[in-house]
Design a protein around this ligand. Structure first.
Ligand code: NAD
Length: 320
């Protein structure tokens, strides 16, 4: 049986990926500095380790054929815009040490999870933007330290793979959302934060949106995300690949969809100061379609419905 490691297995995408890989018959080791918050892990083995440390990375990568490297110190715009030094340091340590340990332990295939945040800020200054192509990444000029570090991670993967004979994959996620993701505490991203705000609002009440809400993004449902990760891992494509939808909406539109799903009448949006990230961003999926013959298929309405219902339940259970 193929043995695989998922790092960041206590997190949102990692915990879903563990379940997906188990359903396909893999033996899975999950590693994270914490257990999954909202569900039991489906991993055969779960080790709580700080992957900034090289000795822990050696322990994590022993005896596995494939590594899905998802561990990262990350969050939504509120977190990313306020912790540049910490993010750069922690994620660079995780990425260098995990890759090196995988090399020492003879891992044959290694998937690195990068982000749309690596794309140059100057291509994302208008709400109505063209989708970002993989080839737009260089010359590099991302907005934040988070994006710069992801570029480093991509390069560790690319050059390390070429020189040391490891079969590498690099995926660039565009705003993944779904149940079992962080929805409070400061690291939550826009879809989860808006679901929480709407779940907490009374009919006829209001919710806060950061900025004027005309900033745009595309959002990808978690089921499509894990399927895309797996399809890429099984492909023979070694270059970086977008994984997202090209259904671009403004944050105001996103909020309106969630308000509609909630069924609560009369909820209005109040715009307040807050970090917004780039002004506009969308994924160009041409290469994704070409390489995998596939792209995410869940519409925003379809994906936000279970996401909202799950967050609504968490909010109700916490008695707020
Ligand atoms: P997440 O925060 O839910 O999961 C990341 C996990 O990494 C967390 O469980 C965290 O505890 C773990 N981690 C952090 N520091 C660690 C350390 N020192 N040792 C061990 N584990 C550590 O985030 P996610 O949304 O599941 O993201 C997974 C990956 O995808 C990350 O690399 C992230 O940068 C990338 N990504 C996510 C998105 C998105 O929209 N969710 C977008 C672009 C890129």
């Amino acid at each position: 049986m193929e043995k695989v490691l998922v790092t960041g297995a206590g997190g949102f995408i990692g915990s879903h990926l563990v379940t997906y890989l188990k359903e396909r018959g893999y033996w899975v080791r999950g590693v994270d500095q914490k257990l999954p918050e909202f569900s039991e892990t489906d991993a055969d083995e779960f080790e709580v380790l700080d992957l900034r440390r090289y000795d822990n990375c050696l322990q994590a990568t022993r005896g596995v054929n494939h590594v899905y490297a998802l561990a990262a110190d990350m969050g939504g715009m509120g977190f990313i815009s306020a912790n540049h030094g910490t993010i750069l340091r922690n994620n660079a340590l995780i990425d260098l040490h995990t890759f090196e340990a995988a090399r020492i332990n003879g891992v044959s295939r290694y998937l690195y999870t990068s982000s749309a945040c690596i794309y140059p800020e100057h291509l994302q200054t208008e709400s109505q933007v063209a989708g970002l192509k993989e080839s737009d990444a260089f010359p590099a000029a991302p907005q934040d330290a988070y994006g710069w570090e992801k570029i480093l991670g991509e390069l560790i993967n690319r050059y390390g793979g070429e020189e040391f004979g490891i079969d590498t994959r690099t995926v660039r996620f565009h705003n993944i959302y779904g149940p079992n993701g962080t929805f409070q505490g400061g690291r939550e991203k826009a879809p989860a934060a808006l679901c929480r705000k709407v779940a907490l609002a009374e009919p006829g009440g209001e919710i806060e949106v950061w900025g004027d809400g005309e900033q745009t993004r595309s959002f990808c449902y978690i089921d499509d995300c894990v399927e895309g990760i797996y399809r890429l891992m099984m492909s023979d494509y070694t270059g970086p690949l977008n994984l997202g939808t090209d259904e671009m909406v403004s944050i105001n539109q996103l909020a309106e969809i969630i308000i509609g799903i909630s069924g609560k009448p009369g909820i209005t949006i109040r715009h307040v100061d807050g970090p917004q990230g780039v002004r506009g961003r969308n994924s160009d999926n041409s290469l994704l379609r070409q390489v995998l013959g596939w792209e995410p298929k869940t519409s925003l309405e379809e994906g936000l419905t279970p996401t909202y219902r799950w967050i609504e339940k968490q909010v109700a259970n916490s008695g707020r």
